[in-house]
Design a protein around this ligand. Structure first.
Ligand code: APR
Length: 315
């Protein structure tokens, strides 16, 4: 029987942390690819050397080439320039600057990945997330089932974490979902949030719920503000939860950026929706019955995504 193979592009913070969790869960052999000579090789060797201690038995290799990625089942794209302060000017790149920079990173490498693994499922992590999904879909030519953006998994994890912290209950008992684009206009859904089935609104005041929604929307920025660079633990674990659902055909329902074709009233747009993730990638999009207020928030988020996508001149 052939072993699963996952390629992680970008051996930086999110990529190496993702490889770490793939390994400790013993999900697949891992190929780490990065532009920087020595970096993926070093990360791979270091991680592989923890196998005897952590008790995983996988092939983990690092490379600067794309040939070793051939026949990957799943590819995680984290390569890009994260939101970080310019050491000289002390300024963060503008949203539009970041789109162009990362479009030029993600486009060419997607071409190589698609050539060597034409049947793979690609999960995109590089920001601006929804826009980068458009780049990957357009360059790879893959069907929409096999190009998925990791955003909702992370945003939902942050939302649940803040609720558990506020209520002093286990994160395991908090259930909920965050839809929309991966930006300040994302759409946490308190009406669909519960703690062990108890509606959130029976447990928390509206003021506190709104404060948590705001904190979730700015969750990435809060960490950038604290560390001076973007997060990696939660982005990596969110990514690996999607990889796991695909490789084990678990059919978990995970908020994912999917190329909508009429669902929720949107067409030709990547946006975060509940998706069933299994061996074929996105196996189903679940259309929730949103009320007018929730639809309005999704519309604001969709417009924000569309405006970023338009910067690139892509569909
Ligand atoms: N090909 C391969 N690797 C590349 C390329 C390229 N063309 N360009 C950049 N990289 C690599 C860098 O060398 C670096 O090792 O991508 C890696 C990115 O790592 P970090 O700078 O540590 O960034 P990280 O925190 O991992 O974030 C990556 O994920 O969550 C998003 O916003 C985040 O878009 C960012 C991405």
């Amino acid at each position: 029987m052939r072993r699963n193979k996952v390629t992680v592009v970008g051996a930086g913070a999110v990529g190496s942390t993702s490889a770490h969790w793939i390994a400790t869960k013993e999900l697949a052999d891992v190929v780490l690819v990065d532009l920087v000579n020595g970096l993926p090789q070093g990360v791979a060797l270091d991680l592989a050397s923890s196998g005897p201690v952590e008790d995983f038995d996988l092939k983990i290799v690092g490379t600067n080439d794309y040939e070793p990625t051939a026949d990957s089942d799943v590819i995680l794209i984290t390569a890009g320039v994260p939101r970080k302060k310019d050491p000289v000017t002390g300024k963060f790149p503008s949203r539009d600057e970041l789109v162009k920079i990362n479009q030029d990173v993600v486009g060419p490498l997607t071409e190589k990945l698609a050539k060597y693994s034409p049947n793979s499922i690609i999960i995109v992590v590089t920001n601006p997330l929804d826009a980068m999904c458009h780049v990957v879909k357009s360059v790879s030519g893959f069907p929409r089932e096999r190009v998925i953006g990791q955003a909702g998994a992370l945003d939902t994890a942050r939302y649940k974490t803040f609720i558990a912290m506020e209520l002093g209950v286990s994160v395991e008992d908090v259930h909920g979902i965050v839809l929309g684009g991966h930006g300040d206009e994302m759409v946490p859904l308190p009406r669909h949030t519960s703690v062990s089935g108890i509606p959130l609104r029976e447990l928390m005041s509206e003021d506190k719920i709104q404060a948590i929604i705001e904190r979730t929307r700015k969750g990435g920025g809060e960490i950038v503000g604290l560390m001076g660079r973007s997060a990696y633990y939660a982005p990596a674990s969110a990514s690996v939860s999607m990889i796991e659902s695909i490789l084990k055909d678990k059919k978990r329902v995970i908020a994912s950026a999917v190329y909508l074709q009429g669902e929720y009233g949107y067409k030709d747009l990547f946006i975060g929706v509940p998706a069933v993730l299994g061996a074929k990638g996105v196996e189903k999009i679940i259309e929730m019955d949103l009320n007018a207020e929730e639809k309005g928030m999704l519309e604001v988020s969709a417009k924000a995504v569309r405006s970023v996508v338009d910067v690139m001149g892509l569909k």
